[in-house]
Write a protein that binds this ligand. Structure first.
Ligand SMILES: NC(=O)c1ccc[n+]([C@@H]2O[C@H](COP(=O)([O-])OP(=O)(O)OC[C@H]3O[C@@H](n4cnc5c(N)ncnc54)[C@H](O)[C@@H]3O)[C@@H](O)[C@H]2O)c1
Length: 386
């Protein structure tokens, strides 16, 4: 990971590609809010052209590209029409969670490389279907976790890998907001029919990725999960749109106790809304040292302050403050995310955020959902991808 982002700091578009090569043809599936971030980054790349876009809402894709002054982009009423009609090299899947899997599988089956927004999808079964399609296609699939490109986030992994913590046996992570149910652009995050999973899929996946990536993505064995919707279902929380309380069909809070391979316990909580400022710092405990990461939502790559390493020196208990790396602005993280995907497609560079890792993230989210619905601990079995 460090290699992937470091090289962008020196040279945004590498010179490895021959000047005579044609530009990569890109399609955008879903032209909502996050598609703008993809567009802004693609537009900075010299070796791509956006040739097609699709959105289920009539006229939305056309209006989207018009805003960018792009008259020649062909627009379609869904991912299927676009992928059936166009010869594309790659697509960004920027749809709401519900359609992540179907769009990604369809694109991979058509032999098109995919940059898929987070969360990977909704269920573990969908994640397995995506991985199978990826394997059968031989194409590139990367999942859109831009915090991976932040220096502070990378520092967490470096510290764990340095051995300074010894054997890691307990992790506490999560994050959240006192009030922050995301409805500025409508209800696609909060409806069961589109978002499908709430805080868990929106910000929970980032907190999970921050720590699981650091410890090498061990598989989950069991999950005891809890979720609730007390704030989401309360009309008082939407002064301008009390009807949103009726539409709300996902979690606004989730908590879980997860046993991971390698004898690690993961204690997790996430909130879109709660009567608290933060559910706590992220803590990684090991036999030689402990790391405290001040509370963060992760999504923009920020950490909530200096990380601290608790360790012993010659029998004396010490604390080392880890200097903050300069935070990369959100747009720049996005540029790294897009560029790393393109470099994987064009040059065969390692995929920055591979599905083999994120299926584990999805298995935990799926496990929390199922355990919460069943009201008991469940076993997690990640299918073999053949
Ligand atoms: N990486 C980040 O920082 C970040 C930030 C926000 C959102 N996201 C993710 O991006 C995704 C989209 O979020 P958003 O805020 O842009 O949502 P949005 O609701 O604004 O846009 C999604 C669009 O996808 C379209 N769509 C759905 N299925 C489609 C299909 N089969 N074919 C064509 N169009 C389809 C919808 O009509 C809608 O216009 C979510 O999964 C979210 O988790 C990521």
């Amino acid at each position: 990971m460090a290699d992937a982002s470091d090289k962008f700091k020196q040279d945004f578009v590498t010179e490895k590609r021959k000047a005579s090569d044609r530009k990569l043809k890109i399609g955008i599936i879903g032209t909502g809010w996050i598609a703008e971030c993809h567009m802004d980054s693609y537009k900075k790349q010299k070796d791509v052209e956006i040739t097609a876009g699709a959105d289920l809402i009539p006229g939305k894709a056309q209006a989207f590209f018009k805003k960018y002054g792009m008259k020649n982009v062909r627009c379609y009423p869904s991912h299927k029409e676009m992928l059936d009609s166009e010869e594309l090299d790659a697509v960004s899947v920027c749809t709401y969670n519900k359609t992540h899997a179907e769009c990604t599988v369809y694109a991979l089956n058509k032999g098109v490389n995919v940059l898929l927004e987070k969360p990977m999808c909704v269920t573990l079964d969908e994640a397995a279907a995506i991985c199978r399609a990826e394997k059968a296609s031989g194409k590139v699939l990367s999942i859109g976790f831009q915090p991976r490109f932040d220096g502070n986030m990378q520092e967490i992994k470096k510290i764990v890998e340095s051995g300074k913590l010894g054997k890691v046996y307990y992790i506490q992570t999560g994050g959240g907001r006192r009030r922050g149910i995301p409805t500025p652009f409508g209800t696609s995050f909060i409806s069961k029919d589109t978002g499908c999973i709430g805080a868990l899929g929106d910000i929970g996946c980032y907190s999970l990725d921050m720590v699981l990536n650091a410890v090498g993505y061990p598989k989950p064995l069991t999950v005891t999960g809890y979720k609730s919707d007390f704030f989401g279902k309360n009309p008082a929380n939407y002064p301008k749109h009390p009807e949103y309380a009726e539409i709300f069909g996902v979690d606004d809070f989730a908590a879980a106790f997860i046993r991971l391979e390698g004898g690690i316990i993961l204690d997790f909580r996430i909130a879109w809304a709660m009567n608290m400022d933060t559910p706590g710092d992220t803590v990684i405990l090991g036999t030689k040292g402990g790391l405290r990461i001040p509370s963060t939502e992760c999504w923009n790559g920020s950490v909530g302050g200096n990380m601290k390493l608790y360790h012993e020196v010659a029998g004396t208990q010490c604390e080392t403050v880890i200097p903050l790396v300069e935070t990369v602005p959100f747009e720049r993280l996005f540029d790294f995310k897009i560029r790393s995907f393109l470099d994987a497609v064009i040059y065969g560079d390692p995929v920055a955020v591979p599905s083999s890792q994120i299926i584990i993230n999805q298995a935990i989210i799926d496990g929390i959902n199922r355990s919460s619905e069943l009201g008991k601990e469940i076993e997690i079995n990640i299918p073999e991808i053949s």
